[in-house]
Ligand binder design. Sequence first.
Ligand code: MEV
Length: 438
Amino acid sequence: MNKTITGFSKLSKLEKIDWLVNTYFKDVESAKSLLKQYWNEDKKIQQRHDEFIENTITNYYLPLGVAPNFLINDKIYAIPMAIEESSVVAAASKAAKFWFDRGGFKTNVISTEKIGQVHFIFKGDSSKLKQFFKANKPKLIEASKSLTQNMEKRGGGILDIQLRDKSQDIDNYYQLHATFETMDAMGANFINSCLEQFAKTLREEAQKFELFSLEEKNIQVIMSILSNYVPHCLVRAEVSCKVEELTENSNRSSQEFAEKFVQAVNIAEIEPYRAVTHNKGIMNGIDAVVLATGNDFRAVEAGVHAYASRNGQYSSLTHAKIEDGVFTFWMEIPLALGTVGGLTKLHPLVKWALELLGEPSAKELMQIVAVAGLAQNFAALRSLTTTGIQEGHMKMHLMNILNQFEATSEEKIILIKHFTTHTVTYSAAMEAINNLRK
Ligand code: MEV
């Protein structure tokens, strides 16, 4: 059977589904009805989702959970999290509660600058290019006025444009390296539109520049695109308390806990194998909030991991210390987020999530997201350095195992109770189900 098709995007949704199930599935009817089961009954909502991307055939659910009791700069938040991993929301909630009783999270936005680049080839005398750039920089900005007007009214716009000579790395390669302030927008469209205008002006003005030879006039633009590496769009989140407040037990065990915790962070600072997993745990919290608030988690992931390697070796995003009897745990990360534009007004659940957070500005959202990451890392390291991770993980995973065995509600109640006093493993769960069903 021919498994390729031309004009797929032109088919109606039902025609697409028919072609797919008939071409790729054994049980055509159940494959089709499953897709339809996930359609939203509300036609308007479904149409929204259909139109987010091309070739939508159905919706793909992820749970939206909430971690309440986050105290951030003396304000209380319930944080929405969209994620499939069973233990993440529970861990965030636990960490929120823990720090609620110890002064909460302190955060601040360090900087909010975004970056975009026009990459181009200039064959000729670089000193003439510098002269050209100096003479034409105001024109580059001026020609973008229609694009920047609105952003300027909101307090943002183009911050600067620099000419960067990269011809040492690639023959004749140069950049316009531009910085932007995009206020409450993530700014990708704004930045990319400005860059494409810079590229156009660059080419046009080069043609007119008298000092350029014919070859020099012919600037070749390779591409114009924002950078998802935003090391100057930084937020800091921190928790701290006296060491003896860290556990309910004796002072000695608090000290031991704090020291082990700091060691665990130190290990992630110097050992890339550990750092990747350590930071993955941080991203469990970050991605979940980024996704729930309709932001671009791939952009955040790419930028955060690049930042984690900024000193030449991949390293921990968080840091911890004990000084004068005080335990401090903190993180600085780059986050380019928006609370206007993009999906924020379009996806009904994103709108809901932003209202839950009190309609935050982009800066406030950066702080909330950073806290979710720090809290997640705290919870993971707390488990790892005390009970081990599997205890909590498997408890949360129990429901997935029970669902795999299609446990009934009554069976679930009995088995969840059973496993409050027994260690959860896959085989232990299977045995307990079988015993119950005997
Ligand atoms: C699992 O999703 C995340 C952890 O592995 C993070 C960590 O090891 O720090 C628990």
